[in-house]
Design a protein around this ligand. Structure first.
Ligand code: CTP
Length: 400
C-alpha cells in the first residue's frame, strides 16, 4: 500500500535557480510526497537529470520521445495531484500562456488535469516587462496559482523582484494549498472594502483613511476556499493578486449601496468597508471658490446604511458580517451595532491596539457572534485575520 501524501510532478525550466528545485525535491520527499521530475533541455545545462533522479528516486523525463520509447505526458499529467513548475522562466511562462508545446514539460502542462502552481524566476526587468506581466495574468486567468517571486539580489547583480521563492516557502505554499479545504465551494460571497468618497465639488470630497487591505485579504481567502467572490471596492490602490475575484469598483456610498443590492441573493455578506456616514447634501458643479471668512455652508446628510439594509431584508440562511472600528467602550459599541444591523457576527478592532486598523498590514480583532460567544485574537497579518474570520463564519454556519 502506498504511504505517499500525494503525487507531485515537478517541472523544472532553465534558470540559475534550478539548484533550489533540488532542495525542494529533497524537502518534498522528506515530507512523504512522491515526486517525478520533468526538465526542459535548458534546465539540464544547469543541473544533470541524475541529481533529480537520485533525490526523487524516480526516472527523470525530458524528451517526448527517445530512440527506444515515447514518454507518455498524458499519463504523467493524470498521475499528478499537483503540477509544480519551479523555477518557471519567462520563456516557459510565455509558452504556457500561449499554448506552445515544444517540450515534455509543456506537453505535461497542457495535458494536466490537476492544479498547477508555478514559481517565476527571472531578472528584474524581465519580470517587469509588460509582456511577462500579461502572460502571468493569463496564467492566473487559467486558474494557475503563482508562488510569488521575492525581492532581493539577482544573478545579474541587480536588485529587485524576480528571485524564485525559497524552497521552504514553496513547500509551505504547497502544503497550505493541498490542505486548504474548499469549504466555500458553490457559495457566493459579497464583500465591501475600502473607503467611500463623497464629492463636494469636481475636485474635493469627504473620505477616510481606509486602504481596503482587510477586505481584499478576506476576498483572497474566500476565493482560495472555492467561493464566487464579488468585491465591491471603494477607492483603493492596493493591488488584487487573484484575477478570479470579481472586483466592482465604486466611489461613493450610494454606488456601493447600488452594487451590493444587485447581489441580494448571495450566501454571505462581509461589510468591511469604511463607508462615509455623511455626504454633502448638494454637489457643486463648479469648483467652490474660497471666500474671505469661514466656510460654513457645506450642508451634510446621512448616507444610506448598506449593512443595515441587508440586515433588514436577509433570510435566516444568509450570513451578514459587520465590522466595528472603535476607540472607546469597544465591546459594548460592537454588540449594539451587531443588534442594530442584524449582523450574525461582528469583527471588532480597536484603534487603541498597536498595529490594528487602517494602513497597517496587521490587525488585532475580537469576533463577536449573535449568540454572544466572542473570541479575542492576537495581533496577526491581515491575511491570517482573514482566515480566522472565514473559519468563524463556517463554524457559525454549521450550527445554523
Ligand atoms: N456600514 C455600511 N454602510 C454605512 C455605514 C456603515 O455598510 N453607511 C457598515 C460598515 O461597513 C461596518 C458596519 O456598518 O461593517 C459598522 O460601521 P460603523 O461606521 O463603524 O458604524 P456606524 O453604525 O456608522 O456607527 P458609528 O459611526 O456610530 O460608530
Amino acid at each position: 500500500m502506498s504511504t505517499s501524501r500525494g503525487n507531485i510532478l515537478l517541472g523544472v525550466s532553465g534558470s540559475i535557480a534550478v539548484y533550489k528545485s533540488l532542495l525542494l525535491t529533497r524537502l518534498l520527499i522528506k515530507k512523504g510526497y512522491e515526486v517525478k521530475v520533468v526538465m526542459t533541455s535548458a534546465a539540464k545545462d544547469f543541473v544533470t537529470p541524475l541529481s533529480f533522479a537520485t533525490l526523487s528516486k524516480n526516472q527523470v523525463f525530458s524528451d517526448i520521445s527517445s530512440d527506444q520509447e515515447w514518454n507518455n505526458h498524458v499519463d504523467l499529467g493524470l498521475w499528478a495531484d499537483v503540477l509544480l513548475i519551479v523555477p518557471a522562466t519567462a520563456n516557459t511562462i510565455a509558452k504556457m500562456a500561449h499554448g506552445i508545446v515544444d517540450n515534455m514539460l509543456l506537453a505535461c502542462y497542457t495535458s494536466a488535469k490537476c492544479p498547477v502552481l508555478f514559481a517565476p524566476a527571472m531578472d528584474r526587468d524581465m519580470w517587469l516587462h509588460p509582456s511577462n506581466q500579461a502572460n502571468i495574468k493569463t496564467l492566473k486567468s487559467y486558474g494557475n496559482h503563482m508562488i510569488a517571486p521575492t525581492n532581493g539580489e539577482l544573478a545579474s547583480g541587480l536588485e529587485g523582484v524576480g528571485r524564485v521563492a525559497e524552497p521552504e516557502d514553496c513547500l509551505l505554499f504547497i502544503e497550505d494549498f493541498l490542505c486548504k479545504k474548499q469549504d466555500l465551494l458553490h457559495k457566493t460571497v459579497v464583500i465591501t472594502a475600502g473607503p467611500t468618497f463623497e464629492a463636494i465639488d469636481p475636485v474635493r470630497f469627504i473620505g477616510n483613511k481606509s486602504t481596503g487591505k482587510m477586505g481584499i485579504a478576506i476576498a483572497e481567502e474566500c476565493i482560495s476556499r472555492g467561493a464566487t467572490v464579488h468585491l465591491v471596492l471603494g477607492p483603493s490602490h492596493v493591488p488584487i493578486s487573484d484575477d478570479r475575484i470579481q472586483v466592482l469598483r465604486v466611489t461613493s456610498a450610494q454606488e456601493m449601496y447600488d452594487r451590493v443590492h444587485t447581489y441580494t441573493s448571495a450566501d454571505i455578506f462581509i461589510m468591511a468597508a469604511a463607508v462615509a456616514d455623511y455626504k454633502p447634501k448638494h454637489y457643486s458643479e463648479e469648483k467652490i471658490k474660497k471666500g474671505q471668512g469661514k466656510m460654513s455652508e457645506i450642508e451634510l446628510e446621512r448616507t444610506l446604511d448598506i449593512a443595515k439594509s441587508i440586515g433588514d431584508t436577509k433570510s435566516d440562511q444568509q450570513i451578514l458580517v459587520g465590522f466595528a472600528l472603535e476607540t472607546k467602550n469597544e465591546l459594548a459599541n460592537a454588540k449594539s451595532k451587531l443588534e442594530r444591523k442584524n449582523f450574525d457576527l461582528i469583527v471588532l478592532n480597536s484603534l487603541n491596539d498597536k498595529g490594528a486598523g487602517f494602513k497597517h498590514d496587521t490587525n488585532k480583532v475580537t469576533i463577536i457572534r449573535k449568540d454572544n460567544k466572542s473570541t479575542a485574537y492576537e495581533l496577526k497579518s491581515k491575511s491570517d485575520v482573514a482566515k480566522d474570520i472565514i473559519q468563524e463564519i463556517i463554524d457559525y454556519q454549521e450550527q445554523l
